[in-house]
Design a protein around this ligand. Structure first.
Ligand code: ZN
Length: 411
């Protein structure tokens, strides 16, 4: 594996500036293209899996986190509140409370459940400066988070589907989990009193843990139990990945939460006409876009699969005579949604330009013959060549295999 910080710099994917601050990287155009492709892919898999996407603000009043329990139990990881006249605002440490309020804003029937809200949203963590670096530990992260509000009898199947979705995404992204961890409360944990680390009661915790164990067993996944690593509101499955230095990070998670639905007084009307409390399944396919990007950069060494590549097709006119045809090919590729660049003849010898663009999944060299017959000969990154074919046909073929939607459907 490669160090994502080194490759990130070489390929112009991301950077940081001391004036913005440590742990606050920004995305340059090439990195932003990869990130956007990843986000499109996630949106697509969620759409197909019945999630509804929402957006919510990154700031909220301190009271919100007092009710959710974050203020009492997660305080050390949160930024200090900002005084705004009579109220205090906080950069959110998690997206869950916002989704709980969205759920609460409408009445719900049991027929609507499971209700799956997902969001690509920002979340903030007051990491100490000694702990941050590259994309692995940052102070402002983007999550692909979701909360599934469901009946108790739906929890297991929802958690199972979420886990399956994560495993599919890993396969599509070309990354692999180093370990599955069932994060549990400490063995001597007390629940519910102000001095304990955990909210709720022992019975709900035991029930949630046993549901997650069943989910892991049903999926045939080997896992390790980690007492003491649970969230303050419930146990969770953490999916770990390893970076190039052998350090392990949680990238994805599935959690069962009985606490926040109670804290926010969430309800649905059951088949019996009475009010019932839903359960929240928290799920992140990519618990931090930054960490996922670090992992993708290291695993692929910058040679991203076509659907993620910053430049998917590079067009190389052999000489200035084919420049016009190259521009036409590039324009038609852009129209098909492709990320394309022209390596112009005046930028160096053909060999040098091919080497310079060796990470692009597809390269089309245009010489006098291609210019004359309007055909395109494409060379893949691994050296394999396609027979020359009409420009439109070739571009359609590249566009088809390069779209995030195609990756998911296996088309
Ligand atoms: Zn959550």
């Amino acid at each position: 594996m490669y160090d994502h910080r080194k490759i990130g710099r070489e390929l112009g994917l991301f950077d940081s500036d001391p004036l913005i601050g440590a742990g606050l990287p920004y995305w340059l155009p090439a990195g932003a293209a990869v990130r956007r492709a990843l986000e499109s892919y996630i949106s697509e898999v969620e759409r197909r899996a019945g999630y509804q996407q929402v957006y919510s603000p990154v700031l909220a009043k301190r009271e919100l986190y007092e009710i959710s329990g974050h203020w009492a139990k997660y305080h050390d990881d949160m930024y200090p509140p900002m005084d705004m006249g009579a109220e205090q605002l906080i950069l959110r440490p998690s997206i869950c409370p916002h989704h709980a309020l969205m759920y609460r804003s409408r009445s719900h029937s049991y027929r609507e459940l499971p209700l799956r809200y997902s969001e690509l949203g920002g979340q903030y963590r007051a990491e100490l400066s000694g702990a941050i670096g590259g994309l692995s530990r940052v102070r402002a992260m983007q999550l692909n988070d979701a909360h599934i509000f469901c009946r108790l009898d739906q929890v297991a199947s929802e958690a199972e589907s979420a886990l399956a979705l994560i495993n599919q995404a890993y396969a599509d992204m070309g990354i692999s989990a180093s370990r599955y961890v069932l994060a549990l409360p400490a063995e001597d944990a007390r629940f519910g009193d102000p001095s304990s680390k955990y909210v709720g009661d022992a019975d709900s915790w035991a029930q949630a843990a046993s549901l997650l164990r069943d989910v892991l067993k049903a999926a045939g996944i080997d896992y390790e139990e980690a007492p003491g690593d649970a969230a303050f509101y419930g146990p969770k499955i953490d999916i770990q990945v390893e970076d190039s230095a052998g350090r392990e990070f949680s990238l994805s998670t599935v959690q069962i939460d009985f606490h926040q639905p109670a804290a926010f007084g969430l309800e649905y009307i059951g088949a019996d006409g009475n009010k019932h409390r839903p359960v929240m399944v928290h799920r992140a396919i990519v618990g931090s876009i930054e960490r996922a990007m670090a992992q993708l950069i290291e695993v692929h060494g910058g040679a991203f699969p076509a659907w993620l590549a910053p430049v998917q097709l590079v067009v190389l006119p052999i000489s200035d005579d084919e420049e016009q045809r190259a521009v036409e090919v590039a324009r038609r590729a852009v129209d098909r949604g492709l990320r394309v660049e022209i390596a112009h003849a005046d930028e160096g010898s053909l060999g040098a330009r091919i080497r310079e663009n060796r990470l692009a999944p597809y390269a089309a060299v245009i010489g006098a013959r291609e210019d004359a017959d309007g055909k395109l000969a494409v060379r893949e990154r691994d050296g394999s060549r396609w027979d020359p074919a009409p420009i439109g046909e070739v571009l359609d073929r590249i566009a088809k295999v390069s779209s995030p939607a195609a990756v998911r459907s296996g088309e």
